[in-house]
Design a protein around this ligand. Structure first.
Ligand code: UDP
Ligand code: MG
Length: 313
């Protein structure tokens, strides 16, 4: 049985795979404390990823290959890794070499000191200013709104002990946000600085829309602040309305003046209409997530699974 599982999501990462496996291999050779398995999750790639993975699995008995029936997303791929890992510890890392395999020995060293979770904190980001700003804003927003403090500048790259990754696997929402749940389960956790490299080859597979979805999944899964804002704003509006009504009544009774102002009326109506739609939308976001949970659909569907040589386990 392997004692260290490494899970990697791949969506059209053929240009990175050879380099990734060779760097990972070099690192694994320096690790004598664990026997490894490498779980490659092919998230419905349409390039050569499948072919390369199968060839690699044929050469290397530590490699297991899992192919989704279509593209389900990176978080679904990580969720499949959680379901299939057999090791005592699990390392999650992206397949584009932005997560440096060379950080593994330090993860394991920290784990040996007694930490259940060792996650990488990004010290540098190679992305452009706009994307960096967007990431930062998202992390801060989620961090601020969450009832549970999720560390910022942290992705899924990191190590989990078995007791942690089993809890994460069981506690994961249908719209998975692994890094959030990993932080939420507790136990002893530590972040270590790891520079985030540039993508080795290929283009980012996360579109702006997908990134925004991930941020919303993090926000809504860990916070009731958005929904709470509705009654807070509602309360303030009611209070102000009451005051204004009193003021108008007094003005009428004492001075015989009736209130006027068409613009004010119109602005109030539009404001109220807008806020109501806005908060119906927010309630809708929670409802959509409840719907996802209730439907109980799997997060992903496996089309084929291969660990070509049985390693006696
Ligand atoms: N990925 C995936 N499915 C997707 C999108 C991405 O499995 O639908 C994988 C991708 O192959 C890579 C990792 O998730 O290994 C991170 O993706 P990407 O580099 O595009 O994200 P970024 O680094 O820009 O956050
Ligand atoms: Mg990347």
């Amino acid at each position: 049985m392997p004692t260290l599982s490494i899970g990697i999501p791949l969506y059209n990462e053929a240009a990175n795979l050879t380099e990734l496996l060779s760097r990972l291999n070099a690192v694994l050779e320096t690790i004598s404390t664990h026997t490894a398995e490498i779980i490659l999750v092919d998230d419905g790639s349409s390039d050569e990823t499948a072919k390369l993975c199968l060839a690699a699995a044929e050469r290397d008995q530590r490699i297991r290959y899992l192919r989704f029936s279509r593209n389900f997303g990176q978080q679904a791929a990580y969720s499949a890794v959680l379901d299939h890992a057999r090791g005592d510890v699990l390392v999650l890392m992206d397949g584009d070499l932005q997560d440096a395999p060379e950080a593994l020995p330090e993860f394991l060293a920290r784990h040996a000191e007694g930490y259940d979770v060792v996650y990488a904190v990004r010290t540098e980001r190679p992305e452009g200013l706009l994307k960096r700003f967007a990431y930062d804003a998202c992390y801060r927003m989620i961090g601020w709104a969450s009832e549970h403090r999720i560390p910022i500048q942290t992705g899924d790259f990191g190590l989990m002990s078995r007791r942690v990754f089993e809890r994460v696997r069981d506690a994961l929402d249908k719209r998975a946000y692994v890094r959030g749940v990993r932080s939420w389960v507790g136990y002893r956790q530590i972040g270590i600085p790891v520079a985030r490299g540039a993508r080795y080859a290929g283009t980012p597979k996360y579109s702006f829309g997908k990134l925004a979805n991930l941020a919303f999944d993090g926000l809504f899964a860990f916070s009731s602040v958005p929904i709470r804002m509705a009654w807070m704003l509602g309360g303030v509006t009611m209070g102000l309305t009451l005051l204004y009504t009193l003021y108008a009544a007094l003005k009428k009774l004492l001075f015989g003046l009736t209130p006027e102002g068409f613009t004010g009326t119109l602005a109030t109506m539009v404001f109220l209409g807008g806020t109501q739609l806005f908060f119906v939308g927010i309630v809708g976001e929670y409802v959509a997530r409840i719907h996802d949970e209730v439907r109980q659909r799997p997060r992903y569907i496996v089309d084929r699974e291969a660990s070509l040589r049985v390693d006696g386990a």
